[in-house]
Design a protein around this ligand. Structure first.
Ligand code: ZN
Length: 430
């Protein structure tokens, strides 16, 4: 069996990894590279690197048997919109992941339909892709759903961690992953994002809950939280704070439809996602233009539930001081129509690297005009060093190959059995 990391060997984001076994091949993730500090998105570079993958494009039959998407972050699936793949190559994801990717594709930066042959997988249920037997394990991460994969072929077993942590709301999923005995693992492709960010303060999602709750309780105005609409863990944290403090979680219809679809598909799959949704009294929906776009997405039942929670501007005028409001860049035009900005909280809860981008600076400046300073309260979506060590000691892989890190060398300081690869180099798995 051979392994080629096309992208992600020594960088964060844009993961694309190929496994080859006799006459079949698979890809793990098809990610868009993240912008490096001070750089624009590297779209052209992204195309160039992956163009070399045989069978990925065009429409001819190929021995590339599938692409596994580990989770719904752009740096793991974003190339699906940038450069659609051969329809003969199925793209594997869960129904929840498919909805999030479709909705975000239509509503977000791309404004595109997802053109791909999608095949669903279920956590814990093995499935076959070409020569590879694959089992997906739910992980704790800042995406709504994130999976690690156990991949078996030719009597070998490979672990691909995807992105993960243990300090979020899905820590039970992480515990289940840790408690599961996979037997002998021949090779682990394991993320190491935080190995290069060791100066970050290690906060858990619970710490964030108490920190924001404390500020909200002291505040006389609305709390605006600049975050990703897809960061369902944080939205859940904000919902919990609204519930505990007698506030409202005032979301837009985009976040609303994501929550409703996750809830609905979760119930269909047999689990009740503990997330804010239309059944919660504290959830309210903003009357914004985006609602019209959400209506056109085609999720009629979910949209009905979203629209049932919509309030009008008169309600906002009477209740603005009780609102916790997730915002994104581009929300400035309606924040100006809100009330009580001078007494508001402005919380930034994303990776600090984005703050160098103009659109984030503009948001900070808007609140500065109201005399409100930004408060940075964030927890990483990625495992701290202590968790990475814990996973490796628990799973005992024969070989560790770092991925999704700018500092793969840091792994060699921790473990003797680390092989650092470069992008594009074929590695034989013995
Ligand atoms: Zn991620």
């Amino acid at each position: 069996m051979n392994l080629i990391i096309h992208r992600g060997a020594q960088e964060i984001g844009g993961n694309c990894i190929e496994l080859q076994s006799s006459n079949s091949r698979i890809l793990l993730d098809y990610g868009m590279p993240l912008p490096k500090k001070g750089e624009k998105k590297q779209k052209d570079n992204a195309r160039f690197v992956l163009d070399k993958i045989d069978g990925l494009y065009g429409d001819a039959p190929t021995n590339l048997k599938g692409i596994l998407i580990s989770h719904t972050h752009q740096d793991h699936y974003g190339m699906l919109f940038e450069k659609p793949v051969n329809p003969q190559v199925p793209v594997y994801m869960t129904p929840i992941m498919e909805d999030i990717i479709r909705i975000t594709g239509k509503m977000g930066l791309q404004k595109k339909d997802l053109e791909a042959t999608i095949k669903p997988f279920q956590k814990g249920v093995p499935f076959q892709v070409g020569n590879f037997k694959i089992t997906a394990y739910l992980m704790d991460h800042s995406a709504a759903e994130a999976y690690a994969f156990i991949i078996e072929a030719e009597g070998k077993k490979i672990l691909y961690s995807g992105d993960f942590r243990e300090h979020g709301h899905k820590k039970n999923a992480f515990k289940y992953f840790m408690d599961t005995d996979f037997g002998k693992i021949d090779l682990a492709l394991i993320e190491g994002t935080m190995l290069g960010r060791q100066d970050e303060i290690e906060k858990t999602e619970k710490d964030i809950f108490y920190e924001i709750k404390h500020l909200v309780e002291k505040s006389k105005g609305p709390a605006f939280v600049l975050c990703s609409g897809q960061n369902i863990d944080l939205i859940t944290t904000l919902g919990g704070i609204a519930d505990k403090t007698g506030r409202y979680l005032l979301i837009d219809a985009y976040v609303g439809i994501l929550l409703e679809r996750i809830k609905e598909l979760g119930l269909k799959a047999g689990f009740d996602a503990k997330i804010p949704s239309s059944i919660k009294n504290y959830v309210k929906v903003m009357p914004l233009n985006i609602t019209k776009k959400v209506a056109k997405l085609g999720y009629a039942d979910a949209f009905e539930r979203v629209i049932s929670k919509e309030v009008n501007w008169c309600w906002i005028y009477n209740n603005y001081m009780k609102c916790i409001v997730p915002i994104r860049t581009g929300s400035e035009h309606w924040i100006k129509h809100f009330h009580g900005q001078q007494d508001s909280l402005f919380i930034y809860s994303m990776w600090d690297g984005y703050l160098e981008e103009l659109k984030f600076k503009e948001m900070t400046n808007l609140f500065k005009c109201y005399g409100v300073e930004r408060k940075d309260i964030h927890t990483s979506g990625h495992a701290f060093k202590s968790t990475l060590i814990k996973v490796i000691k628990n799973k005992k892989p024969a070989i560790i190959i770092p991925i999704h890190t700018e500092h793969p060398d840091k792994y060699t300081e921790l473990f003797p059995n680390v092989t650092i690869l470069s992008n594009g180099v074929k590695h034989k798995i013995n």
